[in-house]
Design a protein around this ligand. Structure first.
Ligand SMILES: Cc1cc2nc3c(=O)[nH]c(=O)nc-3n(C[C@H](O)[C@H](O)[C@H](O)COP(=O)(O)OP(=O)(O)OC[C@H]3O[C@@H](n4cnc5c(N)ncnc54)[C@H](O)[C@@H]3O)c2cc1C
Length: 289
C-alpha cells in the first residue's frame, strides 16, 4: 500500500479544515470498510486520510425532532441504527433493510455517512432512504446544506458532496405507510444485490394516495419508478394493477448489466420483484395493524 498520512481531528471544524477542495488525494474516513478495500485493491491511493472517529459522540447520535423525524448523525453505525427502538417503531423499513446489509461485522463499524458517500450503485441504503423521503445534511466551510436522499447520488460512485464537505446527518420522516425493501441477490441473501426495490405507499380504502418507489443496484443511482407509481395511483392494489406496475417499471427503466446479471435477467427480476415488494409491504402492515 502506498504510504499516506492519517489524521485524527477532535472536532467537526478541525476535520473540515483538514480537507481540501482541490486535492482528490485527501479523503475522510468513517468506518473504513469501503475505503480500506479500495486502497488494498489499489484503486484508491490517498495521500491523507482524515478520520472522523473522534469528532464527537453527538455526530453518532440518533434522536427525534419536534416534528417526529429521526435525526441520525452521519457517524451513526449501521448496527446502532438497525437496533434503535425508535427507528424500529417509527421507521420499520429502515431497520428491516439494514438487517440485510453486508454482515454483522461490517454493520458494527460502517457508518451511515460513509455508506451514502461511498455511492456504489449496489448499496442498499440509497433506494431505501429515497423511498422514505429522507434528507441528507452536508456540512462544509460555507455552512450547512440539505439535499433530498433521492438527489444525493449523481452517478456511478458520484454524489453531490464536494471534497471539502462531510455528510453530518440524515433526517428521516416517520414512515408514511406500508413499506418494503426487496433485495434480490444471486448468491447469499446478505450479498450485494443484483436488484433492489424500495417502496413506501400511502393507502386508504384500498386506494394508493401516493407512492415512492425506487430501484437500486441495476441502475447507476437510485431511480424513481414514476410510471409504476402512476399505475398504482390510478389502478389501486388489485393483482392486475401490481402486474401492470411491474411491466411499467421495466418499460421505463434503463437497467445496467454487471457481474450480478444481464439486462434481460434484471428486467425479469424487476417485473417480478415490484408486485412482490408491494405485497410484502401490505402484508407486513396488516400483521402490525
Ligand atoms: C464484505 C462487505 C460486504 C458488503 N455488503 C454490502 C451489501 O450487501 N449492501 C450494502 O449496501 N453495502 C455493502 N457493503 C458496503 C458497506 O455498506 C460500506 O462499506 C459501508 O457502509 C461504508 O461505510 P464506512 O463508514 O465504512 O465508509 P468508509 O469506508 O469510511 O468511507 C466510504 C467513502 O465515503 C467517504 N466518507 C466517509 N465518511 C464520510 C462522511 N461522513 N462524509 C463524506 N464522505 C465520507 C470516504 O472518503 C469514502 O470515499 C459491504 C462491505 C463489505 C466490506
Amino acid at each position: 500500500m502506498t504510504p499516506f498520512e492519517y489524521l485524527l481531528p477532535y472536532s467537526l471544524d478541525e476535520a473540515l479544515s483538514l480537507l481540501d477542495p482541490e486535492d482528490p488525494g485527501i479523503r475522510p474516513v468513517s468506518g473504513g470498510t469501503a475505503i480500506m478495500l479500495m486502497m488494498k485493491a489499489g484503486v484508491l491511493t490517498p495521500t491523507r486520510l482524515v478520520s472522523l472517529h473522534k469528532i464527537g459522540d453527538q455526530h453518532a447520535a440518533i434522536q427525534r425532532n419536534a416534528a417526529g423525524e429521526l435525526l441520525i448523525g452521519g457517524m451513526a453505525r449501521l448496527a446502532d441504527i438497525e437496533r434503535h427502538p425508535t427507528v424500529r417503531e417509527k421507521c420499520p423499513l429502515l431497520s428491516q433493510a439494514l438487517r440485510g446489509v453486508a454482515n454483522p461485522r461490517v454493520r458494527a463499524v460502517a457508518t451511515i455517512g460513509g455508506n451514502l458517500s461511498h455511492a456504489d450503485p449496489h448499496l442498499d441504503m440509497p433506494p431505501v432512504l429515497s423511498a422514505l423521503s429522507a434528507r441528507v445534511v452536508i456540512t462544509g466551510p460555507d455552512g450547512i446544506r440539505t439535499v433530498n436522499a433521492e438527489d444525493f447520488c449523481t452517478g456511478y460512485y458520484e454524489t453531490v458532496v464536494k471534497r471539502d464537505e462531510l455528510v453530518t446527518q440524515i433526517i428521516v420522516p416517520a414512515q408514511a405507510g406500508p413499506g418494503a425493501y426487496l433485495k434480490l441477490t444471486t448468491r447469499a441473501a446478505h450479498d450485494w444485490p443484483a436488484l433492489g426495490i424500495a417502496l413506501v405507499l400511502k393507502v386508504a380504502d384500498g386506494k394508493v394516495l401516493s407512492s415512492n418507489i425506487f430501484t437500486g443496484a441495476a441502475t447507476d443511482r437510485p431511480t424513481r419508478l414514476l410510471q409504476a407509481q402512476s399505475v398504482l395511483e390510478q389502478q389501486g392494489l388489485a393483482e392486475t394493477a401490481l402486474r401492470a406496475a411491474g411491466e411499467a417499471a421495466v418499460a421505463e427503466t434503463t437497467l445496467m448489466e454487471d457481474a450480478h446479471g444481464s439486462v434481460a435477467y434484471k428486467s425479469q427480476l424487476l417485473r417480478i420483484a415490484l408486485p412482490r415488494a408491494i405485497d410484502n409491504a401490505l402484508r407486513h402492515s396488516r400483521s402490525h395493524a
